[in-house]
Design a protein around this ligand. Sequence first.
Ligand SMILES: [Fe+2]
Length: 285
Amino acid sequence: MIDLNSITDEVVGEYDLKDDRANQLVHTLIRYLHGYAREVQLTHAEWRAALSFLTRASQSTNESRNEFSLISDVLGVSSLVDLMASAEGATPGSVLGPFHVHDSKEQANGFDLRGEQAGTPTLFRGRVMSASGQPLQALIDFWQNADNALYPQMDSTQDYHNLRCKLRTDADGTFAFRTVLPQPYGIPEDGPVGDLVRQAGRTCMRPAHFHTIVMADGHLPVTTEIFFDHDPYLETDAVFGVREKLITHVHTVTDSAQASAAGMPCPFSLVEFDFHLAPQAPATR
Ligand SMILES: [Fe+2]
């Protein structure tokens, strides 16, 4: 019969999912949940409060907003999974976030994403290489927010494709394109996640960043973010996405010859970053 000693094993025994990995995931989850309840001696009122938090999360979730993703982000689970998936020698991964789209237009290397819009004119350039430093011809999927700190999904005045593109590096792995500096922004704070973050005395702000997914044949793709060393939110990112290797310096270029060679106004900001991809593991038979 079920009692305090037997209940965890009894529950686990009721879930045979006919798949070893699924069983491992579900059985371990049950054991950790039960272990948590035992360790903190969970009360009825506290469990009801937890369920109420999740209910409010579902009520805050819609087509353009997923409060459960935010829970994962602010509890550091998204970043933990990113770090576990980061390959040795490769650029560390960081959060994908909710603003990636799959149908960005492919643009030529050197493209101008900036156009006439407001913001600090910025040249973003670098190389994509293997973990051992060999240049790779790669595809970079890029997106960022605008000078008003909004992504196109949050701002009907922006074109759907504003400040996002796919871009192929040259054979030597180099890439360059013109854009504006992104801005820090806050995660949505009008739902239960915002309440939790505020109660903890944390900020909902994220440091400014470029988003990239970098892909090359025979290599593991890297989904990551590039941050800037002047940013006031680097140490307190609401979603724990900052890694030391992802922080770059923004150079201010005041040399007009350099500006005109780069097709930039003078002065402009220069961000340089090299990506490293690890080889795909050979297929196992
Ligand atoms: Fe972002």
